[in-house]
Design a protein around this ligand. Structure first.
Ligand SMILES: NC(=O)c1ccc[n+]([C@@H]2O[C@H](COP(=O)([O-])OP(=O)(O)OC[C@H]3O[C@@H](n4cnc5c(N)ncnc54)[C@H](O)[C@@H]3O)[C@@H](O)[C@H]2O)c1
Length: 272
């Protein structure tokens, strides 16, 4: 009891309400990093993931974490988890995502549908469930994790790029529909991140160096870089920002033209 009272009453003596955040795909990678960043700021954290065991481990590593097993593609799973988590969360992060690499010309409908189902429909199901609760509660902040692949298509990105571009536009649509009810919706588009689903890509040292050389800030992104952007978007400091996408990529997307071969006769800096 004394513990609860201490939580409610800060050192100032004012009543403090613990903020809550619910994150999908939070068992590992970027989602787990967002969970840790939120916990560091004193949030109660809902860790939702298809992998229940890993979700339980991540939640147990946090001071006030709660794990939920389920799929974002199943409305009933998300509804049950949010009901179980308690009152409307202050923030919800739709982070669960999958990729199936390969040329579209060879892509099976099953692969296409599974990527659309998790990345786009799953984000819709999560945000809708969050918004219904937040609207009733007077507001909240939703963040959808997209990708630089939704800003610029990549080789063999298959359905992934289309779902991430779709999630960015869905974010804008939601922002105008839910803004009047106090619900802000933004997205964060990670670039080349040294972790999560991209970890195997950067395991090769040689290949890693080649990629870093093409990134304007000359380093790979960290999962924490993405988490910091998310924490800004759920904080009151961003209360006038909605419907926006923050690209966390060290300048990669903006360097597309700069990475094209350029003849030296134009300005003396290209190839002779
Ligand atoms: N890592 C990167 O380089 C990178 C770059 C751009 C965007 N992203 C995006 O960031 C998000 C997180 O990716 P990550 O790199 O941490 O990947 P990850 O594979 O490490 O983690 C994704 C998590 O989502 C969970 N998940 C998958 N399908 C699910 C479902 N149907 N329901 C619930 N949970 C499910 C997985 O179990 C896993 O724990 C994704 O949306 C991804 O597209 C990642």
């Amino acid at each position: 009891m004394a513990e609860i009272v201490r939580k409610l009453i800060g050192t100032s003596g004012w009543i403090l309400m613990t903020k809550s955040i619910f994150i999908t795909g939070a068992a590992r990678g970027i989602g787990a990093s967002i969970a840790q960043a939120a916990a560091d700021k004193g949030y109660r954290v809902g860790v939702f993931d298809l992998d229940g065991e890993a979700a339980a481990e991540t939640a147990a590593s946090l001071p006030d974490g709660k794990a939920f097993q389920g799929s974002v593609t199943e409305s009933a799973d998300i509804e049950r988890a949010l009901d179980d988590f308690g009152a409307a969360p202050d923030a919800v992060v739709s982070n669960a995502g999958i990729v199936r690499f390969g040329p579209l010309v060879d892509m099976s409908e099953d692969d296409w549908r599974s990527v659309v189902d998790v990345n786009l429909t799953g984000s819709f199901i999560t945000a809708r469930a969050a918004a219904r609760r937040m609207i009733d509660n007077g507001g909240g902040s939703i963040v959808n994790i997209t990708s630089i692949n939704g800003v610029a298509p990549g080789p063999n990105s298959g359905a992934y790029a289309a779902t991430k571009a779709g999630a960015a536009m869905m974010t804008e649509q939601m922002s105008i529909e839910w803004g009047p009810a106090g619900v802000r919706v933004n997205s964060v588009a990670p670039g080349l991140i040294d972790g999560g689903m991209s970890a195997p890509i950067f395991a090769d040292e040689e290949f890693r160096k080649l990629r870093i050389a093409k990134i304007p800030v000359r380093r790979l992104g960290l999962v924490e870089d993405v988490a910091h952007a998310v924490m800004f978007l759920v904080a009151p400091e961003s209360s006038y920002i909605t419907g926006q996408q923050i690209v966390v990529d060290g300048g990669v997307v903006n360097s597309i033209i700069g990475n094209l071969p350029r003849p030296a006769f134009i300005d003396g800096v290209g190839i002779d």
